[in-house]
Write a protein that binds this ligand. Sequence first.
Ligand code: PRP
Ligand code: URA
Length: 259
Amino acid sequence: MLTGCKDKLFQGLFASRLPGFSTAQEGSHKHGGKQCNSWKKVVTLLKIHPMSTVHVIDHPMIQHKLTIMRKKETGSKDFRELLKEISLLMGYEITRDLPLDDIEIETPICRMTAKKVSGRKLAIVPILRAGIGMVDGLQTLVPVAKVGHIGLYRDEKTHTPVVYYCKLPEDINKRLVIVTDPMLATGGSSCDALAMLKERGCNNIRLMCLVAAPEGIARVQKEHPDVDIFVAAIDERLNKDAYIVPGLGDAGDRIFGTK
Ligand code: PRP
Ligand code: URA
């Protein structure tokens, strides 16, 4: 899909624009004075094969905090706090379209019709371990959200996920589910977690990640075209160990100080 455009930076932006174009940059760009319009072909393809939207939440404060997280000298305490702060900020966007009901209230001055988030219930499901680091921020925003847990780790050799735990709210299938995991690398862990939720009847799921590789986004979109993806950044690629480049290293180890 990216043929004809060798510019790495543009590929990053381009990848982030693919499905739904929910990011800041618009329009085509130039290579050596020649207009590059290859993204228009993708728009046409997407009209034929509709898929989920990738929302790149690239607010300046999120970018700033993420830069500190990426630095190798940033310690676990700061890393955790920044992840919590970014999760809260991203939460604003993820919950932007929650339906509202009108309610009658009385202010000290008079009666009025005011807004209240309607009865639709929310669940946060972190993928263990690293996804836990995004729960606090979201719960600050939505304190009544229930929390389920899915335990998955990547086999170091095959890079494929192994399930070791699953505990979800009983009524999870009636809730809007936000799956959290800071890293979307090959997409294997997220895809398996989404499949587990769907097996339990969930049909309203969003995936919230901090940093994603284009490969992971493509895989989630292919296997779960109904799940919108929210990320703070789309990086360049995966390395031979399936780590995101430039990325931020092993998110779980950095959160919990295990290395
Ligand atoms: C990391 C990360 C994701 C997964 C991403 O977890 O938190 O869950 O890898 O990789 P993928 O997209 O290629 O599946 P890891 O397996 O290292 O487990 P941990 O959180 O317990 O450290
Ligand atoms: N898991 C991580 O924690 N980081 C990566 O870059 C890839 C997978």
